[in-house]
Design a protein around this ligand. Structure first.
Ligand SMILES: *[C@@H]1O[C@H](CO)[C@@H](O)[C@H](O)[C@H]1NC(C)=O
Ligand SMILES: *[C@@H]1O[C@H](CO)[C@@H](O)[C@H](O)[C@H]1NC(C)=O
Ligand SMILES: *[C@@H]1O[C@H](CO)[C@@H](O)[C@H](O)[C@H]1NC(C)=O
Length: 439
């Protein structure tokens, strides 16, 4: 009898143990699929970066509706993906909702810097060079939001897909058509030139994205993108965007001499490099000079344009200046070495921090990468454009650049060009060190 009891107890213990094992396996599958989905997300974004386009080609709205439903279903421990309605999106739901929750609530562990650019007309090559500079020096992963006219999409995709595999692991990208928010699209289109003003609508188009670094196509990063991304974390509780002053020197400033509308601060702000906490931007009520009540971002743009359209010169940058004129506590102003333009050296050097620390981000506005007016700017552009991935950056990028900068000392910017290479040198050293130490 005793013997039977023993056997019975033993088998009970065994059953319990195997049950425990099954549960632990289940739990770890769940964890694994989480980790996997983070990795797969990168792949998915790369391989189906044109998902909106693909879906649109499907008959009717079916594709879109499925996708929307997919996005509204959230995957969690209590609602794992195998319990999602099968017709919704299958395993993609896991990826989609992971991506959504990932970006919506500043994903735990989302180390990526999110970079947006708007490219139209002949800007393909310039934009690719900008993206290349982002990839070259960054050591943390990147995600690109590329808004472009339809006929540029293929060019972007082909070029980015042709970059070496090792380089491709550093970034993911998605290509978008130039669009306006669904609500009032018609009215928006009547009032705004599509390409020029696209950046104003990014918070409304990329509704799921928490924060974004917007840059013009004529930007070159001379240090890792994660450095400027880090400024987001220095925002105080009222900051929601960050930009550099339009000018350091009021005597040659544009806004303070010519503007026929309000502008931020002493000399206005330049929107070519713009960090945004879009979560805050979407939540904020903005003071303004049109109504007594404060207005949401999506409410303020159209009346603003209507009021000032006869008085603005630089388009959407002027609108941003008006908005932050009335809401100065919302703007974090970063210094000129984060958005260094010909204005900073054309009549002599006037960006002090660039003299000390070097240029962090170069902004070749007014076409200076492509003409003879500022050869020092063009030299930097051409050096990065000509550099081939995989070559030694010191001998194939830095040294040729220093040689061509030496031929520009007949210009003020050329004489200041040690500022152009000061930070770049450090960035290159740290990347090369990483390569040789086998990371
Ligand atoms: C536009 O500029 C004119 C001329 O400087 C000025 O009188 C007018 O008040 C400006 N309009 C607005 C809306 O500020
Ligand atoms: C943006 O602001 C929201 C709301 O204040 C905050 O939860 C989020 O962490 C901020 N994002 C970043 C990158 O700091
Ligand atoms: C945040 O900083 C800005 C200046 O950049 C300032 O005007 C604002 O009052 C600050 N907000 C808080 C809550 O301290």
């Amino acid at each position: 009898m005793r013997c039977y009891l023993h056997a019975f107890l033993l088998s009970m213990v065994f059953t319990l143990l195997s049950l425990l094992y099954v549960f632990s396996q289940l739990a770890s599958t769940l964890e694994d699929s989480d980790k996997w989905s983070l990795k797969a997300q990168g792949i998915r974004e790369r391989s189906s970066h044109d998902a909106p386009d693909l879906l649109r080609k499907k008959p009717g709205l079916e594709g879109l509706r499925r996708r929307d439903r997919c996005k509204s279903e959230s995957v969690s421990y209590w609602n794992p993906y195998w319990r999602q309605p099968a017709d919704v999106c299958g395993v993609n739901c896991l990826l989609d909702s992971r991506q959504r929750s990932g970006s919506a609530a500043k994903a735990k562990g989302d180390e990526r810097s999110h970079l947006a650019v708007v490219a139209c007309g002949p800007r393909l090559e310039e934009t690719l060079t900008m993206l290349k500079s982002a990839v070259l020096f960054s050591q943390k992963p990147l995600h690109f939001y590329i808004f472009a006219e339809d006929d540029l999409h293929e060019g972007f995709r082909d070029a980015l897909d042709s970059w070496p595999r090792g380089v491709q692991t550093k970034f993911t990208f998605a290509i978008y058509p130039i669009t306006f928010p669904k609500e009032n699209a018609k009215e928006w289109k009547k009032l705004f030139k599509p390409c020029a003003s696209q950046r104003l609508f990014l918070p409304l188009i990329l509704k799921q994205v928490d924060s974004l670094l917007y840059v013009d196509t004529d930007i070159l990063f001379l240090q890792p993108v994660e450095k400027i991304w880090g400024l987001l974390f220095q925002f105080n509780s009222t900051h929601l965007a960050a930009m550099a002053p339009e000018h350091e020197e009021p005597r040659i400033g544009w806004y303070n001499r010519f503007a026929r509308h309000p502008y931020y601060g002493k000399t206005g702000i330049n929107s070519g490099v713009m960090l945004m906490n879009m979560t805050r931007l979407r939540d904020k009520y903005f003071k303004n000079d049109m109504t007594a009540v404060a207005l949401r971002w999506e409410e303020i743009l159209m009346p603003l344009l209507q009021k000032y359209k006869l008085n603005i010169t630089w388009g959407d940058q002027d609108l941003l200046n008006i908005i932050f004129h009335h809401n100065p506590e919302s703007l974090y102003v970063f210094p000129c070495q984060w958005n260094y333009r010909p204005d900073h050296c054309i009549y002599g050097s006037n960006c002090q921090l660039a003299e000390q620390e070097g240029v962090f981000i170069l902004h070749g506005n007014r076409g200076v990468y492509h003409d003879d007016k500022q050869p020092a700017f063009r030299a930097v552009y051409q050096a990065i454009q000509k550099y081939q991935f995989g070559e030694n950056m010191e001998t194939s990028l830095l040294q040729p650049l220093e040689r061509s900068l030496r031929a520009t000392t007949h210009t003020y910017c050329g004489r200041a060009s040690n500022q152009f290479t000061k930070r770049l040198k450090l960035s290159i050293m740290s990347v090369e060190q990483d390569i040789t130490s086998g990371r």
